[in-house]
Design a protein around this ligand. Sequence first.
Ligand SMILES: [Zn+2]
Length: 92
Amino acid sequence: MEQIYRKQVRDKKAEKLAFLQKYAMGSWLKARQEADEEVSNELSMFCVCGSLCTGLHESYCQRFKEKVNTRAINKLKHLWKENRVVFPKYLK
Ligand SMILES: [Zn+2]
């Protein structure tokens, strides 16, 4: 999580993440849990980073987490539509 905020360029994904954690924490946690399981099921022996995929590896692999976050954010796309007034303001 912290690593996202260290990036130099503006990170839209991090902004969406911050938005979700601020305004929709419950939905975010649920979506993240679902995404985690889905990504985990999709990977067979190897992780997205090429390492051997184990539960332990998944718990600390940044690339795995990135993939889960991206998917979880996509699951919550509808929140952008519902909050289109709030969200663009928050982005600036
Ligand atoms: Zn990995």
